[in-house]
Write a protein that binds this ligand. Structure first.
Ligand code: DP6
Length: 319
């Protein structure tokens, strides 16, 4: 039995659109922070046939089955029973698939003695879900050409950012990220502009992180997020992942920043708002967002480490 743990990550420069090649490679460079307290834990056991359970339920996840089939062919894997458990809402814009695939590949690598390094695990995780490539690494993480294997830009202690997550719905999303980004690529009139500007956004964000320039990071991260949501909104049929409370939280975060709090928002393909802040602003931000009508729950995270093997005794949260 082997257990692996990975955390979700949150993109500050977004990935939304793939290259037209095999290997599930993003069309644009992207960059994320890995969170701590939220976890996916995957347990791998030998079995008589392939089985996959998510949060205790037997499920048929085509992406997991496809990745396992390719890994089985490539590495002659034996049949495995895979049990994955998240301690946070699944499929609701909290990067559950990112954490799940990073833990899955890390667990299979160790259980089957494949001897992969982090770059190779990142590549295999990317084949499952491109954002998962980033959850292999901790802290500040880049997913860039030519290899599209995630690289650490800086460790967690480089800049101890905090993330307050305002949960505004527990429902699973109606349109998956994979389907949504393909729809945007094919139909949004802004898609080519998105491709052209992503390199500059990436460079700006990487510089802001290197120099710990919060204002610069806030500006470029909110811009990248809103550009991605503009692609979604201008897709045909349109894609809208926000609830009224998501919009109210973004407005509240702008107000807080105007009043001197070090905070900015980012939102993925779901209704949850992630408020990225400096430690001194966290309590104020969490309180303000908890008071926004429609906010169901507040989660607080700091930056976390990459995917890793854990033993039976290890607590399932923390860095
Ligand atoms: C909005 O990584 O879930 O979270 O590669 O098709 O599985 P696939 O997509 P996925 O898309 C993530 C999109 C996003 C932005 C991001 O994480 O960069």
């Amino acid at each position: 039995m082997t257990r692996a743990l990975a955390h979700p990550n949150i993109a500050l420069v977004k990935y939304w659109g793939k290259q037209n090649k095999t290997g599930n490679m993003p069309a644009t460079p992207n960059l994320s922070i890995t969170l701590s307290e939220l976890t996916a834990v995957t347990t791998i056991n030998d079995s008589d046939r392939f089985r996959f359970q998510l949060n205790g339920q037997q499920v048929n996840d085509p992406k997991v089955s496809a990745l396992i089939a390719t890994m089985t062919d490539t590495f002659s894997l034996p049949p495995l029973q895979i049990d994955s458990t998240n301690n946070f809402p699944t499929s609701a814009g909290l990067a559950s698939s990112a954490a799940g695939f990073a833990a899955l590949v890390t667990g299979i690598d160790a259980h089957c003695h494949l001897g992969m390094d982090a770059a190779l695990r990142s590549e295999w995780a990317r084949r499952g879900s491109a954002s998962a490539a980033r959850s292999i690494c901790g802290g500040f993480v880049a997913l860039v050409p030519p290899d599209w294997q995630a690289q650490s830009l800086a460790p967690t202690n480089h800049w101890p950012l905090e993330v307050v997550v305002a949960v505004t719905s527990h429902d699973a999303k109606a349109v998956s990220s994979s389907e949504g980004m393909e729809r945007s690529r094919l139909t949004s009139p802004f898609y080519n502009q998105w491709l052209r500007s992503a390199g500059d956004d990436y460079a700006e964000a990487a510089l802001a992180i290197a120099t710990r320039d919060f204002e610069k990071l806030a500006t470029v991260a909110e811009l990248s997020c809103l550009k991605m949501h503009s692609l979604m909104l201008t897709s045909s049929p349109t894609l809208s992942y926000w609830t009224p409370a998501s919009v109210a939280c973004m407005d509240r975060i702008r107000e807080l920043r105007n009043h001197g709090e070090a905070v900015f928002f980012t939102v993925d393909a779901g209704p949850q708002i992630k408020a990225v802040c400096l430690p001194e602003s966290r309590v104020t931000v969490a309180k303000a967002l908890s008071e926004v009508p429609g906010v169901l729950e507040i989660l607080s995270c700091s930056l976390g480490e990459g995917a890793r093997i854990i033993d039976d005794e290890e607590p399932l949260t923390g860095r």
